[in-house]
Design a protein around this ligand. Structure first.
Ligand code: SAH
Length: 395
């Protein structure tokens, strides 16, 4: 393009002179003979001969191409980008590093199990913290890279990477002293990987052993979110002149995973459930608990936002991080549940109700979530209380 302009300048801005108009629909199309076919060796003949799979795989430790009929969950973790995103989440990865490498007395000479090791990052933190041996397990193809990373960094004698499902593999040792894992999903429990961590705990963790992280606290607050909610709702009214408003309801049955500005928080924050990984059972992951928040200012509220905080305790230096709107960005963002309409609230008004979460029947990695919203203004203020109960699916 720039070359063309240069040429035009030299030619003295003549343009093209007379151009005959082409009738609409009859614009000149390139004919096959005008396509500049390559005659370079390797680019001619039948398409089957163009791509050399063996040569492609040669430069790679594992081929991440999705195979038809594979397990979608593990295939997604076989993809390189998902690991890049997690590693670049500084709040997440630095918290794990600080919890592990900041507590060398807890790790010294210990046998460590890394559940879902991915690239092997946590296994290497544990080895650097002085572990005697680390077993990293993952079912995804990323393990081929984990092994190479372990070797290149000189930990091949301390870290053993095992490919397979945690529920199916055999460990070379009977018990371990510490379990580390980064298993958290959106809304904490999405993906149901905590089940796997509890399975490993019950099978392999020594009595009195450490499980890291060991506490998760889920929190909730009411938010003002008119602009975003309206945009989401009314987008479907007129899509390139087409009324698609029947899709608006579908957009609201899924909670929205996105970053919420802390200024949108109108109420106090309530913890609606806390999990202690030392003692919790898989059955406890399906829960129905109460919440109650109090408005801190006059505003309109459109829904609730939820998030979780993570604690690495039981060691000399406790480490915590939050995935909430008051902390730094994490890839978990927050999870927003819109209710129907909005409430004009005053300072001191209450929003309370229940939050129930269970695994979906048709996909155990998805969550069925039911929330009740009871808006309670002060008595005798002329505004009636109002209630609604809504169901959502995180899938
Ligand atoms: N520990 C890494 C990766 C965390 S992502 C890091 O912190 O960066 C979670 C990993 O757990 C994924 O790679 C996934 O493939 C693995 N995983 C989940 N469930 C598993 C199971 N049941 N058996 C084996 N690996 C599992």
């Amino acid at each position: 393009m720039e070359d063309d302009l240069e040429e035009q300048k030299v030619a003295g801005h003549r343009g093209k002179g007379f151009v005959k108009s082409t009738p609409a629909g009859n614009k000149s199309k390139p004919v096959a003979s005008e396509v500049r076919k390559s005659v370079e060796p390797g680019f001619t003949g039948s398409p089957d001969g163009w791509f050399d799979d063996a040569a492609f795989k040669k430069g790679l430790i594992a081929d991440f191409t999705h195979k038809e009929g594979g397990d979608y969950y593990f295939e997604s973790y076989s993809n390189f980008y998902i690991h890049e995103e997690m590693l670049k989440d500084k709040v997440r990865t630095e918290s794990y590093r600080n919890a592990i490498e900041g507590n060398p007395e807890a790790f010294k000479d210990k046998i460590v199990l890394d559940i879902g090791c991915g690239t092997g990052v946590l296994s290497i933190f544990a080895a650097r913290a002085g572990a005697k041996h680390v077993y990293g397990i993952d079912n995804a193809d990323i393990v081929h890279y984990a092994r190479e990373i372990v070797k290149v960094n000189g930990f091949q004698d301390t870290i053993t990477i095992i490919q397979g499902k945690v529920e199916e593999i055999a460990l070379p040792v009977e018990k371990v002293d510490i379990i580390i894992s980064e298993w958290m999903g959106y809304f904490l429990l999405y993906e149901s990987m905590m089940d796997t961590v509890l399975y490993a705990r019950d099978k392999w963790l020594n009595k009195g052993g450490l499980i890291l992280p060991d506490r998760c606290i889920m929190k909730v607050a009411a938010i003002e979110d008119e602009d975003y909610k309206n945009k989401k709702l009314h987008f479907w009214d007129n899509v390139y002149g087409i009324n698609m408003s029947c899709l608006a309801a579908a957009a609201f049955v899924e909670p929205i995973v996105d970053s919420v500005n802390h200024e949108a928080i109108v109420s106090t924050v309530d913890s609606f459930i806390e999990f202690d990984l030392n003692t919790i059972k898989v059955a406890d992951l399906e829960y129905a608990t109460k919440y109650s928040v109090k408005m801190k200012r006059e505003d309109a509220i459109h829904g609730i936002v939820t998030w979780f905080d993570i604690v690495f305790g039981g060691m000399k230096n406790e480490i915590r991080f939050s995935t909430g709107p008051f902390g730094e960005y994490t890839h978990w963002k927050q999870t927003v549940f819109y209710f129907d309409g909005s409430y004009d609230v005053g300072r001191g008004d209450i929003l309370e109700g229940s939050i129930a979460c269970k695994k979906s029947k048709d996909n155990f990695r998805a969550c069925d979530i039911k929330v009740s919203f009871h808006y309670i203004p002060p008595p005798d203020c002329g505004v009636e209380p109002h209630s609604q109960v809504l169901q959502y699916k995180l899938r």
